[in-house]
Structures are given as structure tokens and as C-alpha cells.
Write a protein that binds this ligand. Structure first.
Ligand SMILES: *Cc1c(COP(=O)(O)O)cnc(C)c1O
Length: 404
């Protein structure tokens, strides 16, 4: 009998069964370490699925949240508020964008982006120009529109009919894209690194080529940087590495450092199509969320944080190479900055979740990206000792799984 009023078994009694959480219940986190109900400690290589960009309970974020919590929690968008304005200003000052729309999640940011792309085309070119082109294996969220634009059938199945006017084509294949684009195309949407799809980075030539094709067809380039953004790749946003500028960009996950927030960034020209009354969100621009996100961007967008992401990537890779040398379980290790994917060899296909569970038992929190890829998306400021210790534990987990 557990002394805790709620436990993992409560989950099966009270929760819709759409998740299957691990057996322990985490109760506390500090930096890149987490403790469960029994007091057992874990090294966090998951960062809450690429969310806790500054680890757990970073003092600067805690203090921003505490301060804001005693000033103003919520207003609605009938009024504006200081944290939202300051955050929007930061985003604009540090990116291509001229205008910002706030919401509460990645899916909502993408929903806004897709609606804006349609509306912009409608306003400027008429109703026939409504087709959104996206890529197989892509992930853009779980609302009906975003699972439709997303390139993974399993997230759509059973939920049809889905919205029309969406076309999928192969990622990193410019010729395939060319053949599906037309005067009907209003936008091409992509993740600079496909996250959920298996940690697959786009080729630089691919993104450049998409930009050119979009310009030729009067289509907008929409970058979904929900996972790749806010320092994850070592740049504030991943597009900054490609010499390509989007028309619309979506951000969430790391942006709030663990507090729910999403944003859609756009150029002035495009943003105009979201005129008064066209779109909205009750909580979008919530002062608590914006006060925290403001400190996240101010902390992340510094050389001390961004310039170290590459070093930490190298440290992860060194450990993964060592594990590979000993156990030969990886087909490929890829990714950028602190979004790293290790694809399992065929013998271990479908076993990603077994490695994840074994790692949790040994005291390391991991992620998977699909059934065959182990994914690492830790805090951008994870201490080197924590990388080393978490990897030692992961190696013990690998030894267990491979000898079983
Ligand atoms: C996680 C994710 C989303 C969805 O974000 P939510 O906050 O879960 O709605 C959208 N796009 C990408 C690339 C993501 O990784």
C-alpha cells in the first residue's frame, strides 16, 4: 500500500487512457534532476519533451512567476498587458518578425498560422488559392486541422472527415515538392528538424529551394519551430542557420520553459490579414505565461547559453558513440544542438519504448521519436556532470535491454 493519496494506479482509474505514463510519479525537479514519490532521483534528458529549456524551477523563472502572481493573472484580450507587450517586443527585436500573436500551445500556434496563410491568400489572391503543402512524417499538433496538415496518418485515423485542401509530399525532396505546387498553393509548412517524426534535419538546399518555390508561386513559407525553436539548435530559432527567412513562424514548447504558451510570428504584410475579430484566444497573452517566457528568451538568447549548446551536443554524441561502439544498437545518431535522435538498428526496431522504460528504471528520463528512435531534448543548460551521469545510467539500461 502506498502512503500517497494518489499514485500511478490512480491514473488508470481517473484518466482517459490516451497516455501510458511510466510507473513512477515525479513530484519535484531542480535543474536537470527530478525526484519521484519514493524519493528516487532521475537525470532529465527529456526536458518535458523539449520544453524545460532552463531545467526545472530555474530561479529566474520562479521569481518572475512569483512576482507576476502577486500583480495580475488574467485580463482577456479586451485589454493588453505589460508582460505580453514586452515579450512581443523581444521576439520582434530578435527575429524576422514584425508582429506576434500569442496562444497557449504549439497546436494553437499552428492553427493560427494555417488560418492566417489561408486568409492571406484569400485576401490577396481569392478563394481558389487555399492549398497547404506539408511533409510526410511531419507533426504539427493534435487539433483536427493540425493532424490534417501533419504527415502521420495514425493521428488522423478514426477522426475523419478532416478539413480539405492539404497535400503531403516527401521531406528533403525538392523535385517531389515542385510537382505538387501550383497557383493553388497558399503555403508550404515544415519543421526545420522533424521532431516527432524521428529527429530528421532538413537539408540546407531543401529549405532554400522551398523559399524560392514559395516566392515563385506567391505561397507563404511557414516554419513550425515549436520543437526546434528557443535555442534548441544553438540558434534562437533554427531558421537562423539556413539563411532563409519565413513569412510565418510558430513557437511554443521551450518558449515557456514549462509554463504553457505559444506564439505565431509573422511579417507585417501577412499579419494584416488577421484584422480585428478574425481570430482570438481567451488565454493568449496571459500575463503569467508572458512574464515567464520573457525571462526565458532573455536568458536563452545570450552567448553564455546559445554558444554552449554545441558543446553539450558534442558531449552527448561522445557518450552515444561510446555506447554504439560497445553495443552496436544505433543505425545513426543525428540532430542539431540539444535535439538529438539515435535511430536503432533493425534488430531493435519497435523497441524504443523498452529502452525508455529501462532507462527510467536506471534513473534517466529519455524520449522516443516514433518506435525506433531514442530522442534527447534536455535543458539547454544541463550541467556536464549530469550528462555524464545520465549517460552512465543509460548505458546500464542498454546493457540490460540488449542482454535480456
Ligand atoms: C509538440 C509539437 C507541436 C504541438 O505542440 P503542442 O503544444 O503539444 O500543441 C507542434 N509542432 C511541433 C513541431 C511539435 O514538436
Amino acid at each position: 500500500m502506498s502512503e500517497h493519496p494518489v499514485s500511478r494506479s490512480t491514473f488508470d482509474q481517473v484518466m482517459v487512457p490516451n497516455y501510458a505514463p511510466q510507473s513512477m510519479v515525479p513530484v519535484r525537479g531542480k535543474g536537470s534532476r527530478v525526484w519521484d514519490q519514493e524519493g528516487k532521483e532521475y537525470i532529465d534528458f527529456a526536458g518535458g519533451i523539449a520544453v524545460n529549456a532552463l531545467g526545472h524551477c530555474h530561479p529566474v523563472l520562479v521569481s518572475a512567476l512569483q512576482k507576476q502572481s502577486e500583480e495580475l493573472w488574467h485580463l482577456s484580450n479586451i485589454y493588453t498587458n505589460e508582460p505580453a507587450l514586452a515579450l512581443a517586443q523581444q521576439l520582434i527585436d530578435n527575429t524576422f518578425a514584425d508582429k506576434v500573436f500569442f496562444c497557449n500551445s504549439g497546436a494553437e500556434a499552428n492553427e493560427a498560422a494555417f488560418k492566417l496563410a489561408r486568409k492571406y491568400a484569400f485576401d490577396n489572391f481569392g478563394p481558389e488559392k487555399n492549398e497547404i503543402v506539408s511533409f510526410t512524417q511531419s507533426f504539427h499538433g493534435r487539433t483536427l486541422f493540425t493532424v490534417t496538415v501533419g504527415g502521420q496518418k495514425k493521428y488522423r485515423e478514426g477522426f475523419e472527415p478532416v478539413p480539405g485542401g492539404v497535400v503531403h509530399t516527401a521531406y528533403n525532396d525538392l523535385d517531389a515538392l515542385k510537382s505538387v505546387m501550383s497557383e493553388r498553393t497558399c503555403a508550404v509548412v515544415l519543421e526545420p528538424i522533424q521532431g516527432e517524426g524521428g529527429v530528421l534535419p532538413a537539408d540546407a538546399d531543401f529549405i532554400k529551394g522551398i523559399r524560392e518555390l514559395c516566392d515563385q508561386h506567391d505561397a507563404l513559407l511557414v516554419l513550425d519551430e515549436v520543437q526546434s525553436g528557443m535555442g534548441r539548435t544553438g540558434k534562437l530559432y533554427a531558421y537562423m542557420d539556413y539563411g532563409v527567412t519565413p513569412d510565418i513562424l510558430t513557437s511554443a514548447k521551450s518558449m515557456g520553459g514549462g509554463f504553457p504558451i505559444g506564439a505565431m510570428l509573422a511579417t507585417d504584410k501577412v499579419a494584416k490579414s488577421f484584422g480585428f475579430g478574425t481570430h482570438g484566444s481567451t488565454y493568449g497573452g496571459n500575463p503569467l505565461a508572458c512574464a515567464v517566457a520573457l525571462e526565458v528568451i532573455k536568458t536563452v538568447n545570450t552567448p553564455e547559453v546559445l554558444d554552449n549548446v554545441g558543446n553539450k551536443h558534442a558531449r552527448f554524441r561522445k557518450h552515444l558513440d561510446a555506447i554504439q561502439e560497445k553495443y552496436g544498437i544505433f543505425k545513426e545518431v543525428r540532430g542539431k544542438g540539444l535535439l538529438i535522435g539515435a535511430e536503432l538498428v533493425e534488430d531493435y526496431h519497435g523497441r524504443g519504448k523498452d529502452f525508455l522504460a529501462a532507462a527510467a528504471q536506471e534513473g534517466t528520463m529519455l524520449l522516443v521519436a516514433g518506435p525506433n528512435v531514442l530522442r534527447f531534448a534536455p535543458s539547454l543548460i544541463i550541467p556536464d556532470e549530469d550528462i555524464d551521469e545520465g549517460m552512465a545510467r543509460l548505458e546500464r539500461a542498454v546493457a540490460k535491454v540488449t542482454s535480456a
